[in-house]
Design a protein around this ligand. Structure first.
Ligand code: HEM
Length: 151
């Protein structure tokens, strides 16, 4: 259980920390300092590297979460906060997969074609979805921690 918890928390830190840094620090700095062409190229190169780690984190969080549930006996014997976490975690993962296959692909294509208005629109969608996932992720961490205290 401790090893599964370690992978679970490491995955959460990498994913949440990356989204927090991108949303709260890099986004406003890039918007202030860079012209659209450089800004969109920077985001494309940043996502290209960060999303590899999000896939690794998603795999680690899901596998370790299901592993901990298996160690609890079954889903039926898992406490309520684990059910809530599974539901919010699945929503977060679905949102990430959507970002990856839709607006991120559009952003890549727009940058290749040097179509900055289309790139800006795709980046705007990614920003809103990452904001949503960051907020839901912070709630999910609170559920994970508070749930254990009250369980
Ligand atoms: C996707 C499916 C997920 C499953 C099946 C799952 C399952 C679990 C389980 C079984 C526990 C242990 C609960 C306990 O010991 O009472 C746990 C703890 C935790 N989970 Fe999740 N989880 C998921 C997603 C997430 C996500 C997306 C995050 C973060 C954004 C997260 C953050 C945490 C945290 C912070 C803890 C507490 C760790 C501790 O106190 O040691 N989980 N989760």
């Amino acid at each position: 259980m401790d090893l599964a918890r370690l992978f679970h928390v490491l995955g959460s830190i990498v994913w949440m920390g990356g989204m927090f840094f991108a949303y709260v620090a890099l986004r406003p700095a890039a918007a202030t300092l860079l012209q659209p062409a450089e800004r969109l190229r920077l985001w494309c190169a940043t996502f290209q590297r960060f999303f590899v780690w999000v896939w690794v984190s998603v795999a680690a969080i899901l596998a370790s979460g299901l592993w901990m549930i298996a160690l609890m006996g079954s889903m039926a014997s898992a406490p309520v906060h684990v059910h809530l976490m599974l539901a919010s975690g699945i929503v977060m993962m679905a949102v990430f997969v959507y970002i990856f296959v839709a607006p991120y692909r559009l952003l890549q294509r727009a940058v290749e074609a040097q179509d900055w208005p289309a790139g800006g629109a795709a980046l705007g969608r990614i920003r809103r979805l990452v904001g949503f996932n960051l907020a839901l992720g912070l709630v999910t961490v609170a559920i994970g921690i508070a749930g254990r205290l009250f369980a």
